[in-house]
Design a protein around this ligand. Structure first.
Ligand SMILES: CC(C)(COP(=O)(O)OP(=O)(O)OC[C@H]1O[C@@H](n2cnc3c(N)ncnc32)[C@H](O)[C@@H]1OP(=O)(O)O)[C@@H](O)C(=O)NCCC(=O)NCCS
Length: 319
């Protein structure tokens, strides 16, 4: 089988992230929001120690712009050179105009293709694949792919089974055409008949059947993540990093074990950031790269999963 990095294609050349200033610990949720919970329960069942909440006027658009500016600087690419902006989000501040065209306007990107993607927590992998497809089809040369959420807008602080999980933040990647491909074929799919287990209800708040989501994540997903490796011609043992959606440390560790990512750094950004849906993968990846914890040039598996139910993953080369 040929390897994903044989021949020309697209690759990630820069990453950036943004997290709001406000750090909220598990004890803060109990003290400031009156949530009937405690630090020990959350750490044991989910693995979260703290998360970030956006300020009142701070939006998914603001966070997207901040993360994108950093990704462009890391890539050494001018905003004017970007010709495609893709924003994965389920919390746009407005449905119209979309977030992507507003990000472009704020950054001074002139007349790019600009669209939003909503596949919830798998959104970044869908967005990355779509940008890759545009580049390899010759429709674009330089894309900005963003995952950004202000989940505090859709969190019910009376519901302790959800409000302890979610948070705000953004991550971004600059993707360019490249002589050596650095993004493997996406493995994506969905399970619509089971979609009701995770939804935004008529009252505007996220609801979930936690145990059903947990079971799905820990039984169905590892073989699907493996498919993304197979499509890239990479054995899971060769991965230098596994960056799954940051939903629950127990879910992350079970998928990593069943996948056989024995030599990989496993992203556990959820511990300090909570679940930021479509932002969680680029946020975790950008932080690991910034801290110098991943070897440049090595293969890493990104794997998103969640609302829909949807999933998507691809092997990428660490920039
Ligand atoms: C939500 C989740 C952490 C709940 O953990 P769980 O082990 O399934 O917990 P349960 O719902 O069985 O509840 C166990 C007990 O803890 C209690 N509990 C629930 N939430 C609590 C909280 N925040 N703090 C303290 N106790 C809590 C329950 O009331 C229950 O008490 P009881 O035994 O007296 O009835 C877990 O199901 C999960 O992570 N699911 C996946 C969710 C997810 O990742 N969603 C996003 C996907 S993108």
């Amino acid at each position: 089988m040929s390897r994903f990095s044989d021949g020309p294609g697209a690759r990630i050349v820069g990453l950036g992230h943004y997290q709001p200033a406000r750090v909220v610990t598990n004890d803060d949720l109990a003290a400031d929001w009156g949530v009937e919970t405690n630090d020990a329960w959350i750490q044991e069942r989910v693995g979260i120690k703290a998360r970030r909440f956006a300020a009142e006027g701070e939006t998914t658009l603001d966070m997207s712009v901040a993360a994108s500016g950093k990704a462009l600087a890391a890539a050494g690419i001018e905003a004017a050179d970007v010709d495609l902006v893709v924003v994965a989000t389920l919390t746009p501040p407005t449905m119209l105009p979309n977030v992507a065209s507003q990000v472009a306007a704020r950054l001074g990107i002139n007349a790019p293709g600009a669209f939003d993607v909503n596949t919830a927590c798998s959104g970044f992998s869908y967005g990355l694949a779509t940008a890759q497809h545009a580049i390899t089809a010759g429709a674009s040369k330089t894309a900005l792919v963003i995952g950004a959420e202000k989940l505090t807008d859709v969190m019910d602080f009376q519901d302790r089974t959800t409000c302890i999980l979610f948070a705000d933040g953004a991550g971004a990647a600059v993707v360019t055409a490249s002589e050596q491909n650095g993004i493997g074929p996406v493995y994506w799919g969905s399970d619509g008949p089971r979609g009701e287990v995770l939804n935004i209800d008529d009252d505007g708040y996220i609801r979930q059947e936690g145990q059903a989501v947990f079971r799905w994540a820990t039984t169905a997903l590892a073989p699907l993540a493996k498919q993304a490796c197979e499509r890239a011609g990479v054995d899971p043992s060769e991965l230098v990093a596994f960056i799954p959606h940051q939903a629950n440390v127990r879910i992350i560790d079970l998928i990593a074990k069943r996948l056989g990512a024995t030599n990989a750094v496993i992203a556990r950004d959820i511990v300090e950031s909570g679940n930021t849906s479509s932002a969680s993968i680029p946020l975790a990846l950008s932080k690991l790269v910034e801290r110098g914890e991943l070897p440049s040039g090595g293969p890493a598996l990104l794997f998103g999963f969640g609302g829909g139910l949807t999933y998507a993953g691809q092997v990428v080369t660490i920039p």
